[in-house]
Design a protein around this ligand. Structure first.
Ligand code: HEC
Ligand code: HEC
Ligand code: HEC
Ligand code: HEC
Ligand code: HEC
Length: 273
């Protein structure tokens, strides 16, 4: 009896080292982490490096995969895993994607696709959120997003880090030359957007010598929107390849902000003292 148990235990240990069976049942997130720390240490380390684990509101394994292994990978690959947390259909992150050609193809065809296939090798006709941001199962979503600031210049190393990650994604389906041209155009477009923000910052700085904080409140409000909303729209339009966000919610909106700031200052200057 003891011999048999030994053989059984030994067999189980050998199996788990080679190709462990996927365990059945529901697990708490701490159990996913503990077991996968052994099973897939690199994956867990990548997740820990990402904004999903570094922020206060940790995005857990269970948030994306559910609490069982049944369909765990297939479920997580679909856009619906990501969209609610990222501002929903109406928010700029998701809307800039749904108004892209990729987003349109996804909406039309996703129900015909086999979501058991990994996010690589053009296994899908068009990319969804995770195809681009978690390509080949990379759990560090921050590898595909740059850290930047509206008025300061973009650090070239930071830009290249992200472009290298993304280039590998796009080239599953597009030619390298096409992608290089798109990236170059995108950077120029973003530079122009940031020039508009810097122009507004300069105008406001000068106006501080003429007007009080209270008088400048309206112009400052336009400026805040310029940075946090319209420049962000432009950035998302470029990243998500949405002409609508580049040319409607992006550049023209920034032009409008600049006009409104100049208009508000003009009004102050014309007002009787
Ligand atoms: C007792 C160990 C253990 C626990 C607990 C565990 N897993 Fe796994 N999981 C495995 C093994 C073994 C595999 C198969 C080998 C691999 O892909 O690493 C696997 C595979 C997976 C896969 C890939 C499935 C596929 O179809 O390719 C996902 C996704 C996954 N686990 C997520 C989770 C999540 C989420 C939890 C918690 C709800 C969890 N696991 C809990 C051991 C575990
Ligand atoms: C439970 C909520 C939640 C889910 C689900 C979720 N995210 Fe996130 N995500 C966040 C939070 C919170 C942050 C950090 C703050 C931020 O950037 O908005 C974040 C950040 C990101 C970032 C930016 C990383 C950075 O360094 O700035 C990307 C890209 C991202 N998520 C992609 C995805 C993708 C793709 C999915 C689906 C596969 C997904 N997220 C699912 C909440 C979520
Ligand atoms: C933001 C959503 C998200 C989070 C959080 C997340 N995953 Fe995943 N995971 C995915 C997606 C999407 C895939 C499919 C990747 C692919 O097909 O290349 C995946 C794939 C996997 C796989 C299969 C990897 C492979 O190459 O076959 C495992 C195992 C896994 N996840 C485990 C985990 C564990 C453990 C955690 C928690 C530490 C976790 N995941 C957190 C979205 C997520
Ligand atoms: C075609 C590839 C692609 C797809 C599909 C895609 N993204 Fe992105 N995403 C990008 C690129 C590229 C950037 C900008 C990267 C950079 O230059 O910093 C970006 C930026 C982001 C950011 C950073 C925004 C910020 O404010 O910092 C988030 C969050 C994000 N995407 C989430 C999503 C979600 C959610 C989806 C699905 C609804 C999605 N992405 C679909 C490529 C993609
Ligand atoms: C999984 C395959 C796939 C990936 C990955 C992919 N694309 Fe696409 N992309 C497509 C398909 C399919 C179309 C639509 C082609 C058509 O029928 O017009 C498309 C269309 C586009 C278009 C619109 C072209 C036009 O003239 O309307 C742009 C721009 C684009 N992709 C850029 C990118 C960039 C940049 C990346 C990487 C961040 C990327 N794509 C990743 C498949 C992909």
């Amino acid at each position: 009896m003891r011999g048999l148990l030994c053989v059984w235990l030994f067999g189980f240990a050998a199996l788990s080292m080679a190709d462990a069976p996927i365990p059945k049942g529901a697990f708490a997130n701490s159990a996913c982490l503990a077991c996968h720390q052994q099973q897939s240490a690199e994956l867990v380390a990548a997740w820990r490096e990402s904004a999903h684990a570094a922020t206060e509101a940790t995005v857990s394994c269970v948030d994306c995969h559910g609490n069982t292994h049944s369909n765990a990978a297939a479920r997580a690959r679909r856009d619906s895993t990501c969209t609610d947390c990222h501002g929903g259909e109406g928010g700029p992150v998701v809307h800039s994607y749904t108004t892209s050609k990729h987003g349109v193809l996804m909406r039309l065809e996703q129900d015909e696709w086999d979501w058991r296939r990994p996010l690589a090798l053009a296994n899908y006709r068009a990319p969804g959120c995770a195809y681009c941001h978690m390509h080949k199962g990379n759990h560090n979503v921050s590898a595909s997003v740059r850290v930047w600031n509206a008025t300061q210049g973009i650090d070239a190393t930071e830009r290249e880090r992200v472009q290298d990650t993304m280039r590998a994604v796009c080239q599953d389906c597009h030619s390298p030359r096409y992608i290089t041209r798109l990236f170059d155009n995108g950077e120029r477009m973003l530079d122009i957007g940031r020039m508009k923000v810097r122009e507004a910052a300069g105008i406001l700085e000068q106006a501080e010598n003429e007007f009080s904080v209270v008088e400048l409140a309206a112009a400052r409000e336009h400026f805040a929107k310029m940075q946090s909303l319209h420049l962000k729209n432009l950035y998302l339009g470029i990243g998500h390849q949405s002409p609508d966000y580049q040319w409607w919610h992006g550049q023209p909106a920034l032009d409008g902000d600049l006009l409104r700031i100049k208009g508000a200052l003009g009004e102050l200057r014309r007002a009787p003292k």
